[in-house]
Design a protein around this ligand. Structure first.
Ligand SMILES: *Cc1c(COP(=O)(O)O)cnc(C)c1O
Ligand SMILES: [Zn+2]
Length: 415
């Protein structure tokens, strides 16, 4: 592939050809990053060309993706999710602009569809018959969806923390599910060993350099939807760190091509009980494994697999990390739904909880524009959402009972 210069190890710097390895560094096992020939790309990629492009999905950025074509990837609509401008809520929070990128609108309800789409396109190029993944849930759901109608099997290592709706999605799409009695980190290790033993393709975060590239299309869209500008601050929930560094890569790509002038500050949100990256960033040290616990299953990670690039993204963007408690996350779910009309899964609502905290702490200037990335749809984890609301009492099916219930709810005065 001409547009790719090499796959470079973020650890030792070794450069690989794309034919040399699909995953980690052959010398030291470090994660790889895709380096592009921007000079070549700039010859065929421009704002003008994008304006003429009617393909409103993630493939409109093919020139900046590490694959030659996507013709065999099932034709479900990934990307070009809405970017909402929330004027009323921005006013309430005393910030100049609040944008919400609703990634829950993707085919399987999360941003992971972007990463899976590129990984599947690559697996097709390599003629792979089996693709494996371990994930907190959403990544595997998207992989199962995008391979469902292909002559390619998805083998999923699922930890016990996966909420039922995410598990059901896997089964409905026909993935082979290996349910592991253990954490996401346990599932990750087992998946890695299996892939190495049987020569399968892997979609696993960090381990596969291509998934990050898919996620960067979310940043491209934000810039395009804002008329070729980046917001001042982008708030992202962080587990492995792939979304954070993927988005940052997108902004860097656009800056290198002269499409945007100013860069956003990246803000990582972690759950207080699962904050490996936040703790390392604050203490200016290496990322260490934590014993993670949080209701936000999508960011429940002991050892983040894309920590190095995520930390680099925070540093390069002059960003920072913030943590929120499970109580704050749960409370944010109905609040976001009622104020911005978006039902987010816990990890998505965590970004709103973080925004409120940062505004209260004066860490966001009043003239700044902020963009929240809502990574996943609330229907993916209704048990967590139920913790924040009261279920409805069941009443007898007669008008008398209806009147009493209406009175109880304060909707009428006399029953
Ligand atoms: C995967 C995921 C995250 C975290 O992404 P990482 O790349 O693991 O940091 C956040 N929110 C949702 C909804 C996710 O599915
Ligand atoms: Zn290396």
């Amino acid at each position: 592939m001409k547009k790719i210069l090499n796959l470079q190890c973020i650890n030792c710097g070794k450069e690989h050809k794309t034919s040399e390895t699909d995953f980690v560094c052959t010398a030291c096992g470090g994660n790889l990053e895709v380096n592009y020939d921007y000079k070549l790309i700039s010859k065929r990629f421009s704002i003008g060309k994008l304006k003429d492009n009617r393909e409103y999905n993630m493939w409109r950025y093919m020139d900046l993706l590490p694959i030659d074509d996507h013709d065999k990837v099932p034709n479900v609509h990934v990307g070009w999710t809405p970017l909402y401008r929330c004027k009323k809520l921005a006013k309430e929070l005393h910030i100049s602009n609040l944008f919400i990128k609703d990634e829950g609108r993707n085919p399987t309800g999360s941003i992971k569809d972007r990463g899976s789409a590129v990984a599947v396109a690559r697996a097709v190029e390599l003629d792979k018959e089996i693709i494996a993944d371990a994930s907190t849930g959403n990544a595997s759901d998207s992989l199962a969806c995008l391979t469902a109608s292909l002559p390619m099997k998805s083998v999923i290592f699922a930890p016990t923390s996966v909420p039922e709706p995410k598990l059901v999605q896997l089964l409905v799409y026909g993935a082979d599910v290996i349910a592991v009695e253990g954490s996401y980190d346990d599932a990750f290790e087992l998946c890695k060993q299996t892939v190495e033993q049987y020569g399968w393709y892997s979609r696993a975060a960090g381990f596969n350099p291509y998934t990050r590239e898919g996620k960067k299309t979310c940043a491209f869209e934000i810039c395009e939807q804002l008329e070729w500008e980046a917001p001042d601050k982008v708030i992202v929930a962080v587990g492995d760190g792939t979304i954070l560094c993927g988005l940052w890569k997108g902004f860097v790509d656009f800056a290198k091509l002269g499409i945007i002038e100013s860069m956003p500050q990246m803000i990582a949100v972690q759950a207080q009980g699962s904050a490996a990256i936040k703790e390392a960033f604050d203490e200016k040290r290496e990322v260490r494994s934590v014993k993670a616990h949080t209701v936000a299953d999508s960011i429940l990670v002991n050892y983040p697999r894309d920590a190095a690039l995520a930390m680099q993204a925070l540093e390069e963007s002059h960003g920072f990390a913030v943590s929120v408690t499970d109580e704050e996350i749960i409370a944010a779910i109905p609040e976001l739904a009622r104020k911005a009309n978006i039902f987010a899964e816990p990890a998505g609502a965590a970004t709103y909880a973080a925004l409120k905290k940062l505004v209260a702490e004066g860490k966001i200037e009043h003239d700044e524009s902020v963009c929240l990335i809502i990574g996943g749809n609330g229907l993916k984890d209704t048990d967590s959402a139920l913790k924040a609301v009261q279920t409805a009492d069941i009443i007898p099916a007669n008008m008398n009972a209806v009147r009493q219930e209406l009175k109880k709810k304060g909707l009428i005065e006399e029953a």
